[in-house]
Design a protein around this ligand. Structure first.
Ligand SMILES: [Zn+2]
Length: 336
């Protein structure tokens, strides 16, 4: 597969360079499945996250299990993509109160490495070539002294490019050649059917790019994707958790050892200032918005009640924290 095949051709005569870059940011913010931007080297510096190396990994212990947060880079995007149903004034207020610029929200991207029972399990593989600049996961792993061959299990939590993009090398070979690659069977089934994506609040051209990027990835993986289900144990102390909504088969992940617990909510929420106080504000790329709200309620309520350490894929690095329950939503307290 050539993951770079999704190009800007349909757009580049119709829109200005600046709006094209905006579209690229939108695409990546929508889940990173679209590559609409010109190659990173050709972009304006002001529009592109720094191409520097990854920030140092962040380690946290969960009982006997080590969890390592790895930096894959950043995605920029306007706030309204993350809350398409929010009243504009309320969204602007929520964002600016948190000290953020509504026109330029920046998401982190950080896969987790979980070391348990002699196995190294990677929870998502970063953007690879799908981001505004190439993902830095390979460099982040190298900085930890870990070779791609030493990864035993790769979980693709859902089929958006910022989660699966780094799973294959540019030549279409497995980036982690000795790993079992896992995905929720429901997620695989949804995307393999090449869905219309009518429910997404994005232009039709973007829907086609979403579909095609996944079709290409599934074709390249062939039978190499092992299908699992919520409740399955991925490795000792690591269990897949149903997190449908953002996509129909998104998985969250629970890590537990010796009475300690971590709940990785993945893309159940993207921006703490937006989604924790407003559990029903959903993304332009959410397939099942009603389930997005239900899943937030289920997972964040549980994290609050059990005082679980919460990991996220897109909150500011390292994306770890705890939640306390409010009358509506939750308060996020970052840790680490
Ligand atoms: Zn994501």
């Amino acid at each position: 597969m050539d993951p770079m095949l999704v190009a800007a051709r349909p757009f580049d005569r119709a829109v200005s360079r600046r709006s094209l870059l905006g579209a690229a940011a939108a695409g990546t913010a929508l889940g990173g499945v679209m590559r609409l931007a010109p190659p990173a080297a050709a972009q304006d510096e002001e529009s592109t996250p720094a191409a520097a190396g990854p920030v140092p990994a962040h380690r946290v212990g969960v009982g006997q299990i080590d969890v390592v947060v790895l930096d894959d880079g950043l995605f920029p995007g306007p706030a309204n993509l993350f809350a398409v149903n929010a009243p504009p004034a309320a969204l602007a207020e929520a964002v600016t109160a948190a000290g953020l610029d509504p026109a330029a929200i920046t998401l982190g991207v950080h896969p987790l490495l979980v070391e348990t029972g002699g196995q190294r399990v990677l929870l998502d593989v970063g953007s690879g070539p799908f981001g505004p600049v190439p993902g830095t996961l390979p460099a982040a792993l190298a900085a930890e002294g870990i070779a791609p061959e030493e990864i035993d299990v790769v979980l693709i939590t859902h089929l958006h490019g910022d989660h699966f993009g780094g799973g294959l090398n540019a030549d279409g070979q497995l980036a982690f050649p000795n790993a079992r690659y896992l995905i929720n069977a429901a997620e695989h089934e949804f995307w393999a059917a090449e869905p219309s994506l009518d429910e997404l609040v994005i232009p039709d051209e973007f829907k086609q790019l979403f579909r095609q990027s996944v079709v290409d990835f599934l074709a390249a993986m062939g039978s190499g994707l092992e299908q699992i289900a919520p409740g399955d144990e991925i490795a000792p102390g690591i269990v897949a958790v149903d997190a449908k909504g953002h996509t129909p088969g998104q998985l969250a992940v629970e890590v537990s050892s010796e009475g300690e617990g971590l709940l990785h909510i993945v893309d159940v929420a993207h921006v703490p200032a937006i989604h924790l106080a407003h559990p029903d504000w959903f993304l332009a790329a959410d397939n099942w918005p009603a389930w997005t709200a239900v899943t937030r309620q289920t997972l964040f309520d549980r994290a609050a009640e059990e005082n679980l350490l919460v990991a996220t894929y897109h909150f500011p690095f390292p994306g770890l924290g705890r939640v306390t329950k409010d009358e509506v939503g939750w308060t996020w307290t970052a840790e680490g």
